[in-house]
Design a protein around this ligand. Structure first.
Ligand code: PGA
Length: 251
């Protein structure tokens, strides 16, 4: 079954990148992806909204995919400062991250908000990457699997299929900290996620599950080899073309 799930290596630039350095990074990553000519994996970068259009332009013809970091649930309207899934699509995006823990924390996004955003992605023809993950307190209280289950049931819209959904498991305590779960812990979380998805959709066995949280060139091969891991969502290390490409190579 693993073979039917093409690994996805996704970079999340977060609030980083002005035009000059963002475009230089995009061009370097696009050149590396083009040169590698991978058919057995997908490589995606999600730049800040201001750069989606330019990065999509720079990625054209390289095979590098481009996504947004977040979207509003509505297609348009009086929502100052927000960006809709349709706008991302119009700018050249094919994917969008929804429910990242920084959105959940900084902007009070609930599972219901995340679910509405995933539905917006579908409406616009984008593939949503739905993020879930436990806090350190939840892990220490042995609540990890329960938390993941609640987040999945609340965040994954009805009607999900493997072609329309990617899930990223990102333990909040591992994001940007240099700490990662052990590979058995990652495998246990992913196995549970797939099991819960099995109750929500028909083809859960084919859904790609990404691991995210302090993935680097040096630990990517090990984390990506954990059971039920079909790729990675990478923050800090996606801001360096060489390191990001090394992670993609490890997939
Ligand atoms: P990190 O971020 O790789 O910097 O830990 C991951 C993420 O937030 O997606």
């Amino acid at each position: 079954m693993a073979r039917t799930r093409r690994p996805l290596i996704a970079g999340n630039w977060k609030m980083n990148g002005l035009k000059a350095d963002g475009l230089a990074l995009a061009k370097d990553v696009a050149a590396g992806v083009k040169q590698a000519g991978w058919f057995d994996r997908e490589v995606l970068v999600c730049p800040p909204a201001t750069l989606v259009m330019a990065v999509a332009e720079a990625a054209k013809g390289s095979g590098l995919l481009v996504g947004g970091e977040d979207c509003h649930a509505k297609a348009s309207g009086a929502h100052t400062g927000d960006v809709s899934a349709e706008m991302l699509r119009d700018a050249g995006a094919s994917h969008v991250i929804v429910g990242h823990s920084e959105r959940r924390t900084d902007h009070g996004e609930t599972d219901a908000t995340v679910r509405a955003k995933a539905e917006a992605a579908w409406r616009a023809g984008l593939l949503p990457i739905v993020c879930i993950g436990e806090t350190l307190a939840e892990r220490e209280a042995d609540r990890t699997l329960t938390v993941l289950e609640t987040q999945l049931k609340g965040s994954v819209p009805a009607g999900a299929t493997a072609a329309k959904l990617v899930v990223a498991y990102e333990p909040v305590w591992a994001i940007g900290t240099g700490k990662t779960p052990t590979t058995p812990e990652v495998a246990a979380a992913h196995a549970h996620i797939r099991k819960v998805l099995g109750g929500l959709m028909g083809d859960a066995a084919a859904v790609r599950l990404l691991y995210g949280g302090s993935v680097k060139g040096g630990n990517a091969a090990e984390l990506l080899a954990a059971g039920d891991v079909d790729g990675a969502l990478i923050g800090g290390a996606s801001l360096k073309a060489d390191e990001f490409l090394a992670i993609a190579k490890a997939a």
